[in-house]
Design a protein around this ligand. Structure first.
Ligand SMILES: NC(=O)c1ccc[n+]([C@@H]2O[C@H](COP(=O)([O-])OP(=O)(O)OC[C@H]3O[C@@H](n4cnc5c(N)ncnc54)[C@H](OP(=O)(O)O)[C@@H]3O)[C@@H](O)[C@H]2O)c1
Length: 239
């Protein structure tokens, strides 16, 4: 399959490109086609130096999306609006996968809509040295995306809890569960296979798209536990 990774020049995009290259045609998307090409070349070098055949391509986000079977949205939550607007005109039968986690440091108890209530408090006073899930108005990042994309698009939410550094380190054998939410069973089955294409990851059906917040919100929990307990690159595994 042709997989476009929008924001593929970033931390988590790198891991997807390196790991999914084995079985798929990877197109890195960026706001800047030149940056995407340079990044694709860097990823190809990493793979060819390990004796792995690689022909990862790079282009702008819109062209990447247009030419793909599956589109991974790998940008920060506050960029999903501009990215959705950009790709809307070129969407037809692509499956869109959201890996987006709306996460904030500080102001954790204040809803993002109520910006006027944001009172600057020093980190020491607030003791806010941790991350939290900031629930978007639609309920989750994936539901926000669903509202921004055409109604017929198969949108699947997955991969939120896998740490970018481990995903991009091909020396690491991953051993995580990947929760998958979505309303289209066909779309979810395609993503289950993508998860299985990454050695030792196990896809688990979480339910319809409405369940995405449950799995998205585990990410700040994992990051906080990692930071507070000096445990690097944690993920989830259901036993
Ligand atoms: N990092 C993790 O461990 C991890 C794990 C699971 C899920 N996630 C989720 O994956 C997403 C990406 O995370 P990340 O850590 O990879 O982020 P990142 O490295 O900061 O950014 C990803 C890409 O976003 C693009 N970007 C930056 N500003 C933008 C803008 N204004 N409009 C459109 N694109 C913009 C950049 O690409 P260009 O400059 O090339 O356009 C950048 O390379 C997030 O939603 C995050 O919650 C991350």
């Amino acid at each position: 399959m042709k997989i476009a990774i929008l924001g593929g020049t970033g931390s988590i995009g790198k891991g997807f490109a390196l790991r999914l290259n084995k079985k798929h045609e990877i197109i890195i998307g960026s706001r800047d086609a030149g940056k995407a090409k340079a990044t694709a070349s860097e990823y190809n070098d990493i793979l060819t130096n390990r004796g792995i055949k690689a022909e990862i391509k790079g282009t702008d986000n819109k062209t990447a999306a247009e030419n793909a079977d599956v589109i991974l949205i790998a940008v920060k939550y506050n960029h999903i609006g501009s990215v959705s607007e950009l790709i809307r005109p070129v969407l037809n039968n692509q499956i869109v996968v959201s890996v987006v986690v709306p996460i904030e440091k500080d102001y954790c108890y204040i809803h993002p809509d109520t910006t006027s209530l944001k009172i600057p408090v020093s980190r020491e006073d607030y003791n806010a040295n941790y991350f939290c899930y900031v629930t978007p108005p639609a309920g989750s990042a994936a539901q926000e995306l669903a509202a921004l994309l055409p109604a017929n698009i198969e949108l699947v939410s997955a991969f939120h809890n896998v740490p970018a550094k481990k995903l991009a380190d091909l020396d690491v054998e991953l051993d995580y569960d990947i929760g998958v939410s979505g309303n289209s069973m066909h779309g979810k089955k395609v993503v289950f296979d993508l998860v299985r294409d990454i050695s030792n990851l196990r896809p688990l059906d979480v339910g319809p798209l409405e369940t995405s917040a449950m799995i998205e919100s585990l990410t700040p929990l994992i990051i906080n536990i990692s930071a507070k307990n000096k445990l690097k690159n944690l993920g989830i595994k259901f036993l």
